[in-house]
Ligand binder design. Structure first.
Ligand code: ADP
Length: 240
């Protein structure tokens, strides 16, 4: 496995301003993720995880600092470049699945390919293959309302992977699921990881983080710890 960093953040700050009030949600974050790594970003609510996810996913820009994805400086990209990164180089998985209710599973999954200009026959073939890879080969014609929560999240993972992105970025992907479905989703992430894909998984749940290679702990907008997947005992009550 190559160890070229696929993501590199240097001293990234994010300041939200509203009127006279400024709030520093990220206070100088430096981290790198290597190609093929499976990393959790863990922290309690309000710690800055979503802010970090938005910057990693090129959905928002840092106030200060440097962010490189695949060796390219995101700060130098224009809107067209950023849209290309979001559409083809990153696959997103969200807590709420975000599937279109009126469309069948395979139509949902082929959508990113249609934005990428892939022809209809190829789109359908790849969408069905992606659904088969997450165990939904017999549900391709079901609409989201005809799928369980776990199945909907599996379809969302198929949609995220169908463009063969360099990075899978997941925000609380098991947050809306019962524990059996959550385990199934994490098993699929293991399988995606084994296939060599880089995964960054954002979670408040240390049990979920424990399934990854490495946990990056975020607290009050700063990185506290970069250890193995499981929480280190000495961190149990930091600052208490
Ligand atoms: P998490 O995802 O870990 O819950 P967030 O990144 O959503 O944390 O938020 C980190 C901090 O930044 C919180 O205190 C939150 O209130 C604040 N924050 C987030 N978004 C905004 C915004 N648009 N304007 C002002 N403050 C914000």
């Amino acid at each position: 496995m190559a160890d070229t960093p696929i993501l590199q953040l240097e001293n990234v700050r994010k300041v939200y301003s509203s009127g006279d009030i400024e709030f520093e949600a990220l206070r100088g974050v430096t981290l790198s993720v290597d190609q093929g790594e499976y990393v959790a970003v863990v922290g309690p609510s309000g710690s800055g995880k979503s802010t970090l996810m938005n910057i990693l996913g090129c959905l928002d820009v840092a106030t200060e600092g440097r962010y490189e994805i695949g060796g390219e400086d995101v700060g130098k990209m224009d809107e067209v470049d950023l849209a290309e990164v979001r559409g083809r180089r990153i696959g997103f998985v969200f807590q709420q699945f975000n599937l279109l209710a009126s469309m069948s599973a395979w139509r949902n999954v082929e959508l990113p390919l249609s934005y990428a200009g892939v022809g209809p026959a190829e789109r359908k073939r790849r969408a069905i293959a992606a659904l088969e890879s997450v165990g939904l080969g017999d549900k391709i014609n079901n609409r989201p309302g005809q799928l369980s929560g776990g199945q909907q999240q599996r379809a969302a993972i198929a949609r995220a992977l169908v463009t063969e992105p360099m990075l899978l970025l997941a925000d609380e992907p098991t947050g809306n699921l019962d524990s059996a479905s959550a385990r199934e989703i994490l098993d699929i992430f293991d399988q995606v990881h084994r296939s060599g894909r880089t995964i960054v998984l954002i979670t408040h749940d240390w049990d979920v983080a424990g399934r990854t290679d490495r946990s990056i702990e975020v607290r009050d907008g700063m990185i506290l710890e970069r250890g193995p997947g499981r929480r280190e005992p000495q961190l149990a009550e930091v600052g208490k």
